[in-house]
Design a binder for this molecule. Structure first.
Ligand code: 13P
Ligand code: SF4
Length: 354
């Protein structure tokens, strides 16, 4: 549905009043009505890098989810304030690894005598606490666009990786990009005693994968890939690496949201694509590229928005911008200093990856 013209006007007016004081970032999964007001859009990596691009901006309005706003706070100046237009915009995957659970896991690795060989690699989709744990134990953050480089780096530092919290990105990168076998990976289940793993399994494993996943990308199945290939001859299947291993293994290409956009920009006229990622992005791309005669369909017919990304809508954005324009900071995301210093170490290791 088209946006309410009154709200569009109010967003425009508030943004104009704020001028250079405000910098609005928008993740590719955001609604069209929100993307329209973003000064910069990107995947998680690009937004983490770009968050610090405007040190003069007093306010950073982050249209995305909570862990992204936290990362922006960590990477920007102390005098810059990060605002998340709806505090309920979390991420179910990030919630699957809590600081207590990860500390317990580390104790177990220590008892098994393997902790010294383990380098933690945490997906950007994790809380600031998990990023701080990662920094404290000599590890790095990664996103879906640099997971291979992060794992290459980690295996130069140690013999094993504890990959948090997305088991699929960890497994897909280890197997597809590093040539490991599925047997090199074990899954640590925080809801089972000892993670459901024996000391022998921990000693033998190269990749210890945390049992987390994305509820959106988890919906795509091998069957969705087979169905779309049967329905659309010559279709190119392009999926996000948060999808299950069997889906990624059956796809033609795999990449982050930014990668997906670039691949479609470079695609020849007349080509056909089935995309396995969040629906706001797929719909926007289908509309954008229809004019270039590129057919873009959603990999699965069941509607699949990320419900938390979708919480940021035009009314919330207008409220945040109008509050800031009136001198009132709402929904500020502020990571405490101690957590920030260790989390920053881990994020800076990622930003320095070759
Ligand atoms: P990217 O934009 O880095 O591909 O990440 C996707 C995602 O799920 C963010 O929550
Ligand atoms: Fe989290 Fe998945 Fe939504 Fe990304 S798409 S914010 S990983 S639930």
């Amino acid at each position: 549905a088209p946006s309410d013209p009154d709200l569009v006007e109010r967003a425009r007016a508030a943004k104009a009043k704020l001028g250079d004081k405000v910098f609005v970032l928008g993740h590719h999964y955001q609604r069209d009505e929100v993307i329209e007001f973003a000064d910069v859009t990107g995947d998680s990596f690009k937004l983490a890098r770009d968050a610090a691009a405007r040190p003069d901006a007093e306010y950073i309005v982050f249209c995305g989810v909570h862990f992204m706003a936290e990362s922006a706070d960590i990477l920007t100046g102390d005098d810059q304030q990060v605002v998340l237009p709806d505090l309920a915009a979390g991420c179910s995957m990030a919630d699957m690894a809590t600081a207590e659970q990860v500390a317990e896991c580390w104790d177990q690795l220590t008892e098994a005598g393997v902790a010294e060989q383990v380098v933690p690699v945490s997906y950007m989709n994790s809380s600031a606490d998990i990023k701080a744990f990662t920094g404290k134990h000599g590890g790095t953050i990664c996103t879906s666009s640099n997971a291979k480089r992060a794992l290459d780096w980690a295996f130069e530092q140690g013999e094993k990786v504890l990959f948090l919290p997305d088991q699929h990105l960890g497994r897909n990168t280890a197997v597809r990009d590093l040539g490991m076998s599925l047997d090199d990976c074990v899954v640590y289940n925080p809801h089972k005693p000892n993670g459901g793993l024996t000391v022998e399994q921990l000693r033998a494993a190269k990749m210890i994968l945390w049992r987390g996943h994305c509820s959106v990308h988890g919906r795509f199945s091998l069957e969705s890939v087979n169905d779309v290939r049967a329905r659309i001859p010559d279709v190119n299947v392009l999926v996000h690496p948060e999808c299950k291993h069997e889906v990624v293994a059956a796809a033609d290409q795999v990449g982050s949201t930014e990668y997906i956009i670039k691949a479609l920009e470079a695609a020849p006229r007349g080509s056909k694509w089935a995309i396995g990622t969040e629906l706001n992005l797929v719909r926007r791309l289908a509309n954008r590229f229809a004019a270039e005669d590129k057919e873009i369909v959603f990999l699965d017919k069941t509607v699949c928005f990320c419900s938390t990304m979708n919480r940021i809508d035009l009314p919330h954005l207008v409220w945040a911008l109008e509050s800031l324009a009136a001198g009132k900071v709402v929904n500020r995301i502020e990571v405490d200093k101690e957590t920030e210093s260790f989390a920053k170490l881990a994020l800076e290791r990622m930003l320095a990856l070759p």
